[in-house]
Design a protein around this ligand. Structure first.
Ligand code: C2E
Ligand code: MG
Ligand code: MG
Length: 489
């Protein structure tokens, strides 16, 4: 808004200035015309001068108009202008493709070389892309390190070759010492089926395709297909009914038992959400949690699950049942909300929960950055009388260093460790070392996704504390869990 006001002010100032200049010019012209003798020459002089002033004004405002659609950093088109020109071109004949290009690890380039170099690189990329384009194609910067390109479409191999040409030039970019910046673009491709679709929606489709890069092309490129379209419409469908589903209590906590290894009895559980839709039946979290992480709804859902678990543990406590610690998952989306844990504390206060009866699972990917705020959270979790674990440990690129800094209580070894059965000697050595490391740091270990009996025996020898896997039990409704664990219905 501020930018718009300052632009309007600038244009208003220029218009006033132009009017004053034009008035002065015409004043001088009338003095000059007064000295011309013939009527004919007078008319010609006035007409000529008017035409000149008009032409200059047209040229000037045309230039300004062009600048308005210009990206401040690259000097190429900005998103708005790109979309406008793309829309015009799509009105013509022939097939087009919309490409979404993102620079791989551009943040690293900015951090290593500074923002000024980063900007120069963006400028150069824009001009390299533009050089590849024909008159009836267009490109522009969409935001940050993302570019949109509208290209003619003939075939995937041809498109691949053209994008490869662009990529090759980019990879040659180097600093003053001749060291390559290692610039690489990742492409998402949307082959335009319906020219009437909004260009911004086409960009979204292309961007979506970028996240499923296939290695079968010259460049890293993903192509939007029918499955993506279905996924998008499925996501929209789920988004439309998620709020009502929460209101109607269609999100149900299932419990998957965690077995103590020594005597193979239930010693804990993880609460895993199931969406039980009255029409569709059971919907699994892998289908909706990633979507809810994108749209932010997971924050509400997690808090709801936490409260359901609080109710459950309080009920066990009141009825004199043995307390089985239950863990709940906490999505990384919470970290976008300042002091989000206050909400957890507020819920917790409503219930009578014995210490350490609830565990918060923090996903490993949270540990990639900002260990300080993570430490603050872990301290808050402990002060609230809860314990906490690192979930999916080993599924990403965990830094072992984080174990030193963040004082969690348990480590959940991801199922990637157990995916190869027990045939893999090196795999076993890795599991052994991770368990030993956890033990040295006084962390409990939970192996997740264990499906085979001989893996259980191996984990027993390694003194792993708990196993959560299909080998013992799948996630189940609370009632079933209570029957299994306490023997009551
Ligand atoms: P997770 O937290 O790592 O949970 C473990 C997942 O592994 C569960 O999948 C569980 O059913 C599955 N699993 C356990 N043992 C085995 C096994 O032996 N073999 C195989 N193939 N799978 C096993 P589920 O319930 O489908 O949940 C998937 C993921 O969805 C969870 O992974 C978690 O990241 C997320 N999720 C589930 N509930 C919630 C929730 O309430 N909040 C949040 N934020 N995420 C949740
Ligand atoms: Mg979990
Ligand atoms: Mg896990």
């Amino acid at each position: 808004m501020k930018q718009l006001i300052s632009r309007i002010k600038l244009i208003a100032r220029m218009v006033v200035w132009d009017l004053v200049t034009a008035a002065a010019l015409f004043f001088l012209l009338f003095i000059a015309v007064d000295r011309i003798d013939t009527q004919m020459m007078k008319v010609l002089a006035v007409a000529g001068a008017c035409a000149f002033v008009l032409l200059m004004l047209v040229l000037k405002y045309q230039m300004l108009y062009k600048q308005y659609g210009r990206d401040d950093v690259t000097g190429g088109k900005n998103k708005k202008e790109f979309e406008r020109v793309a829309r015009d071109l799509l009105r013509g004949d022939g097939r087009y493709v919309l490409v979404y290009a993102n620079i791989d690890r551009f943040k690293l380039i900015n951090e290593t070389y500074g923002n000024a170099v980063g900007d120069t690189i963006l400028r150069r990329i824009q001009s390299i892309i533009d050089e590849e384009l024909r008159w009836d194609e267009v490109s522009g910067r969409i935001m940050a390190d993302n570019f949109g390109i509208l290209m003619r479409f003939h075939s995937i191999p041809k498109l691949d070759q053209r994008l490869h040409r662009i990529s090759r030039q980019l990879s040659e970019m180097s600093d003053s010492g001749g060291n390559s910046y290692g610039i690489m673009l990742y492409f998402g491709v949307y082959i335009i089926q319906d020219e009437e679709t909004e260009v911004s929606a086409m960009l979204e489709h292309a961007n979506m395709a970028r996240k499923k890069i296939s290695p079968s092309h010259l460049v890293p490129m993903g192509i939007y297909d029918e499955k993506d379209r279905q996924k998008l419409s499925r996501d929209k469908h789920l988004e439309m009914k998620m709020h009502k589903a929460l209101e109607d209590r269609n999100f149900i906590p299932y419990l998957q038992p965690k077995y103590e290894l020594e005597d193979e009895t239930v010693a804990g559980a993880e609460a895993l959400v199931r969406w039980i839709d009255p029409e569709e039946g059971m919907i699994y979290p892998n289908e909706f949690i990633p979507l809810f992480e994108k749209n932010g709804f997971v924050v509400e859902l997690d808090l709801y699950m936490f409260e359901e678990v609080c109710k459950l543990v309080e009920r066990w406590n009141k009825s004199g049942q043995r307390i089985i610690p239950v863990s709940v998952n906490l999505s990384r989306s919470h970290f976008e909300i300042p002091n989000f844990f206050d909400n957890y504390e507020r819920v917790l206060k409503k219930y009578d929960i014995p210490p350490k009866a609830i565990e918060i699972e923090l996903t490993e990917s949270l540990f990639y950055n900002d260990l300080d705020s993570l430490n603050t959270l872990v301290n808050k979790i402990h002060s609230a009388g809860l314990s906490c674990s690192i979930d999916d440990f080993g599924s990403g690129y965990s830094s072992l260093n984080m174990l030193k800094d963040v004082r969690v209580d348990a480590l959940k070894l991801d199922r990637v460790f157990f995916a190869n059965g027990d045939s893999d000697k090196r795999g076993k050595d890795v599991i052994k070392s991770v368990i030993q490391l956890a033990q040295a740091l006084d962390l409990r270990t939970i192996s997740e996704g264990v499906e085979e009996r001989n893996q259980v025996e191996f984990l027993k020898q390694m003194h792993c504390d708990l196993i959560q896997g299909y080998v013992f039990a799948k996630p189940m409704p609370i009632q079933e869990f209570e029957y299994l664990t306490f023997g009551v219905r």
